[in-house]
Design a protein. Structure first.
Length: 247
């Protein structure tokens, strides 16, 4: 199996994992930057993530054009991925989803902040992008590069941003890290809601604790079979996809 084939296998697995873990349903998508050409990325055709197979994976340029002539319909919101990859050379994978526990934090003014150690990769506080600010009343979909680039301004150098009345975007240094952050962002929203219902002050992770967790993730990136691969194996088995240990 070639390197590209292995990456496509992992991208298909990511789609299935995110679906099984309730992060995506019939909607949502995950992409992976091309390892040999940073000006291109892989993304499935417009299909429910649970049903994605290797043949559905297409290659796109950073302006949202598919490199395959006569390719099937693409996700409308591929411009989210284009804009993130364009602005952030450090990002290797992007996820857009609408997991249900996140939505209230984008519309109430209650800030989503990390409450648990595994949730630290969402950042110290998740910013909220409101497309109405610069684009007026729309269907809330990111339909072009102008909207994608505006969203990326809110994302900044962080890993996550909420989209008011819509969902979120996750930008990470690897596919496995993106999946991890997406899953634990949903967990954090649910845990934070429960903590808020209990009353009293919530002790969120401090900036120093968040930084320490990011450093831990960075240190583990190049260590095969480290904690993130242990989680990846678990998620693969839950989703019924083949786990392939890192080379």
């Amino acid at each position: 199996m070639s390197n590209i084939e292995a990456l496509i296998h992992d991208l298909v697995s990511a789609n299935r994992i995110l679906a099984h873990e309730g992060i995506v349903d019939g909607f949502g998508h995950v992409s992976l930057r091309h390892p040999d050409d940073p000006g291109r990325f892989f993304l499935a055709r417009a299909r429910a993530p649970q049903n994605v197979v290797p043949e559905d994976i297409l290659e796109f340029t950073l302006d949202g054009q598919c490199t395959k002539a006569g390719a099937p319909m693409s996700y409308i919101e591929r411009y989210i991925h284009c804009a993130v990859f364009e602005a952030r050379p450090d990002v290797k994978s992007v996820i857009h989803n609408h997991s249900k526990s996140l939505i209230p934090f984008g519309v109430t003014g209650n800030k989503l902040r990390p409450i648990m150690h595994d949730c630290a990769t969402i950042g110290c506080e998740v910013p909220v992008w409101d497309c109405r600010t610069n684009f007026g009343d729309t269907d809330l979909l990111v339909r072009n590069m102008a909207m994608g680039r505006d969203l990326v301004k809110t994302l900044g150098n962080g890993t996550t941003a909420l989209m008011r009345g819509h969902g979120c975007v996750i930008a990470e240094r690897s596919l496995k890290r993106a999946v991890h952050t997406a899953i634990y962002m949903e967990h954090n929203a649910e845990l934070q809601r429960h903590a808020m219902q209990m009353g009293g002050d919530i002790t969120f992770l401090s900036p120093g604790e968040v930084a320490a967790r990011f450093k831990l993730m960075d240190d583990l990136d190049n260590k095969p079979l480290a904690a993130l691969d242990r989680a990846w194996e678990y998620w693969c088995q839950r989703a019924g996809v083949e786990y392939r240990p890192p080379a």
